[in-house]
Design a protein around this ligand. Structure first.
Ligand SMILES: Nc1nc2c(ncn2[C@@H]2O[C@H](COP(=O)(O)OP(=O)(O)OP(=O)(O)O)[C@@H](O)[C@H]2O)c(=O)[nH]1
Length: 353
């Protein structure tokens, strides 16, 4: 098959809460009839992103076109999950015009992009480009720069491990793979700080990808789709820390054991405002990296979406609870491996009342 007739696939990566789902929602709402298939991978097993996207009501994102892979990070389940999913997608009679893959915020894009070199895939699909979404406000606040001193000390003591924090390493690996970098959340910082973020990223890179600034993931689909890079042919030049480490002869599996996630199920939240205040304190005191899900607020016909990235919390009511649907509060919590799950569960139960 000629290159021109391959289906283009865009890989959207970026750390937890950077704005990947927001970017995809905006893209779908503005896709102008282009038939897009979505593959969504999440670290926590609650499937919030898929649910948010299915709830958007756009014609281009019918439920049939959304495949959720919630069985761990896509980079570790390429052979078992991703390849079979792609094969099924390609076997469909109504093949999509474009495939968009949202990786989990903890995934390394490299193994996923490399999978496009698998024989059954390479002849039919090409990676149009890797888009890395950056939470510019979090970068400006130093979120990815040596902020986990305890863990760093541990790693420094262990000769077998890299000497960077897991957040910093992952952030760099996701940038290393990028063809296009979206400096998202530009609304939260000054123009000067945004310039600082751009310069800081550029200073760490040997390649020079394209940068686009964004607010609320608002990037025109023509900018995101149609990069035409064929990234699978260049992925060997964009190695992750993990791959470089292996080349040095170290045996250290990339298995996400530096991060932990769990789902908390609660009853109705009596005092929504008090709950959010308490949540903010809890997030800071336990260094929760990401918390998201849905809450049942008594007296409200709609379910409330809860989105926390660091101590920033957004809430909104997205849709009415369905007729046969059990009203329930369900939150996924993600943190570093030593996160105190028992204490967090107990505090959340107390806060919900
Ligand atoms: N202020 C501001 N908030 C944003 C922007 N983009 C996204 N958000 C908010 O950030 C939160 C996380 O956004 P998501 O799109 O869910 O992020 P994500 O990268 O898909 O998150 P994970 O899949 O959990 O890694 C949500 O509350 C969004 O509304 C932005 O440009 N500015």
């Amino acid at each position: 098959m000629l290159n021109g007739s391959k289906i283009p696939a865009t890989v959207i990566t970026g750390f937890l809460g950077a704005g990947k789902t927001t970017l995809i929602r905006h893209m779908l709402a503005n896709a102008k009839g282009k038939r897009i298939a979505l593959i969504i991978n999440e670290f926590g097993d609650l499937g919030v992103d898929g649910d948010v996207l299915k709830g958007c009501g756009d014609e281009v994102c019918s439920e049939d076109d959304i495949v959720e892979l919630n069985n761990g990070c896509i980079c570790c389940t390429v052979a078992d999950d991703f390849i079979p999913t792609m094969e099924k997608l390609l076997a469909r009679k109504d093949r999509p015009d474009h495939i968009v893959i949202e990786t989990s915020g903890l995934a390394l894009p490299q193994p996923l992009v490399a999978a496009f070199n698998w024989p059954g895939i390479k002849t039919q699909v090409t990676v149009d480009g890797v888009v890395t979404v950056v939470d510019s406000a979090a970068v400006a606040a130093g979120r990815f720069a040596h902020d986990h001193d305890k863990l760093d000390a541990q790693r420094l003591a262990d000769e077998g491990l890299d000497h960077e924090s897991p957040l910093e390493e992952l952030f760099e690996d996701q940038l290393t793979a990028a063809d296009l970098i979206i400096l998202n959340k530009a609304d939260l910082i000054s123009a000067g700080d945004l310039e600082g973020v751009r310069a800081g990223i550029l200073g760490h890179m040997s390649r020079k990808p394209v940068f686009v600034e964004a607010r609320q993931g608002e990037v025109a689909p023509e900018v995101l789709l149609g990069l035409g890079v064929g990234t699978e042919d260049d992925i060997a030049n964009r190695k992750s820390h993990h791959e470089l480490h292996h080349e040095d002869g170290h045996e250290h599996d990339h298995d996400h054991d530096e991060f932990e996630s769990f789902v908390v199920e609660l009853g109705p939240v009596g005092d929504a405002a008090g709950f959010m205040d308490g949540l903010k304190t809890l997030i800071v005191s336990h260094d929760i990296l990401r918390l998201k899900g849905f809450a049942d607020i008594p007296g409200k016909p709609m379910r409330m979406v809860v989105q926390a990235v660091g101590s920033r919390i957004d809430t909104h009511f997205d849709r009415p609870w369905g007729g046969g649907e059990v009203r329930q509060t369900r939150l996924v919590v993600i943190g570093l491996h030593d996160i105190d799950e028992t204490a967090i569960r107990a505090s959340l139960a107390t806060l919900a009342g």
